[in-house]
Design a protein around this ligand. Sequence first.
Ligand code: SF4
Ligand code: SF4
Length: 78
Amino acid sequence: MSFLQAMAVRRGAKRGDLRNKADLCVYCGVCAEKCRLKAIATDSAARVWNVDDNVCVRCLRCVKGCPKGALYLDRKDK
Ligand code: SF4
Ligand code: SF4
């Protein structure tokens, strides 16, 4: 766990992994712009969306910023 992740957990960050509903996503890149840690990479031409789970601190800025409601936290026990 990185320092930023440890800080996020201490502040009550959610558990689970960020996931994308591919049928809703339009690959606009807004979520990537919202992420201060640059954990998300998108490519609109190739219709690709990826998140680095090792970088993401589950702050949910991208979830709140997505205009399509495509992002969610997959709350599996971790
Ligand atoms: S902001 Fe939403 S619709 Fe846009 S690329 Fe991100 S997940 Fe997809
Ligand atoms: S939850 Fe926060 S850290 Fe994770 S990808 Fe979204 S904006 Fe970045």
